[in-house]
Design a protein around this ligand. Structure first.
Ligand code: SF4
Length: 230
C-alpha cells in the first residue's frame, strides 16, 4: 500500500507496536519503507548524525535546512559540507521575505521585539510550506536535550500539518551522539565545541554556562523555549 492510501494516524498507532525498542536505523528503515520519497529529513546542521544515518538508510530522502537568514556562518559552512557528502538532495528552505524585506515591513530586529512572530515568519511558515509534498518528516529531537523534550515520541502524528513526525534519535543520550560522531567520523558544527550545544539563529543563541542544560542558550532570558516548528 502506498503512503497516499494510508491513514497516517493508523500508521502512527501501528508504529508504536512495530517499533517498540527499535534503534534509530531500524526506525529510519521503517520510515523509508512506509513513506518512500514522501519522507523528508529536517536538519539544523548542528551535527551530521541524523543526515549521516539517513544517508546510510534512506539516501534518497530530501534533507531540509531552514535558512532563516540569521544563521551563524559556521552553520552555513556545515550545511554546505553536508550537502557535498550527502547522497541525496539537501534543500535550503528560505522565508518569503528576506531579512531586509522583513525589516522594512516590521522594523529591524523583530527577534528582539516579537521573537514568536519572527520564528513564525522565518521558520514555522517556511517549514509548513516545504513539507507539503511529504507525508512524514524526520527530526533530530532528543529527550536529553531539555526537560520539555523528555517525552517526545519516536513516531507521532503532527496534527497541525497532517504529517507523521519521526524522531529516531529521541532516546539517544549525549554519549550516544558522541560515540556515533567518533565511530563514523561525522561532521560537527564547530560551535558545539565552543560552548554551543544547541545552535539556532545567531541573535537568539548564546553559549551555555556550566551546569545549564543544552538548550539554555536559546532565547536566553525569555520564557520562549522553542521556535514552534515541532
Ligand atoms: Fe527570528 Fe530568533 Fe526565531 Fe531565528 S530564532 S527566526 S532570529 S526569533
Amino acid at each position: 500500500m502506498t503512503a497516499e492510501l494510508l491513514d497516517l494516524t493508523e500508521v502512527v498507532d501501528r508504529a508504536a507496536h512495530e517499533l517498540e525498542g527499535a534503534g534509530a536505523m531500524d526506525v529510519l528503515r521503517w520510515a523509508g519503507g512506509v513513506f518512500g520519497s514522501r519522507l523528508a529529513i529536517a536538519s539544523s546542521m548542528q551535527d551530521g548524525v541524523l543526515t549521516h544515518l539517513a544517508g546510510r538508510v534512506v539516501p534518497d530522502a530530501d534533507v531540509l535546512f531552514l535558512d532563516t537568514g540569521y544563521h551563524f556562518v559556521e552553520t552555513l559552512v556545515m550545511r554546505d559540507a553536508v550537502a557535498a557528502s550527502h547522497p541525496g538532495r539537501v534543500l535550503s528552505i528560505t522565508p518569503v521575505q528576506s531579512v531586509a524585506e522583513q525589516d522594512a515591513a516590521y522594523g529591524p530586529r523583530l527577534y528582539e521585539r516579537d521573537p514568536d512572530l519572527c520564528c513564525r515568519l522565518r521558520k514555522r511558515a517556511p517549514l509548513d510550506e516545504a513539507l507539503r509534498p511529504y507525508d512524514a518528516w524526520v527530526t533530530g529531537l532528543r529527550h536529553a536535550e531539555s526537560p520539555d523534550r523528555s517525552d517526545v515520541p519516536v513516531v507521532s502524528y503532527d496534527a497541525a500539518r497532517g504529517k507523521v513526525r519521526i524522531a529516531p534519535l529521541a532516546r539517544w543520550r549525549d554519549v550516544d551522539v558522541a560515540d556515533y560522531l567518533q565511530r563514523h567520523d561525522v561532521l560537527v558544527n564547530p560551535l558545539v565545541s565552543a560552548g554551543y550545544p544547541s545552535i539556532g539563529c545567531a541573535p537568539c543563541t548564546r553559549a551555555v554556562r556550566p551546569g545549564e542544560h543544552a538548550r539554555a542558550g536559546r532565547w536566553a532570558g525569555l520564557s520562549k523555549t522553542g521556535c514552534g516548528i515541532h
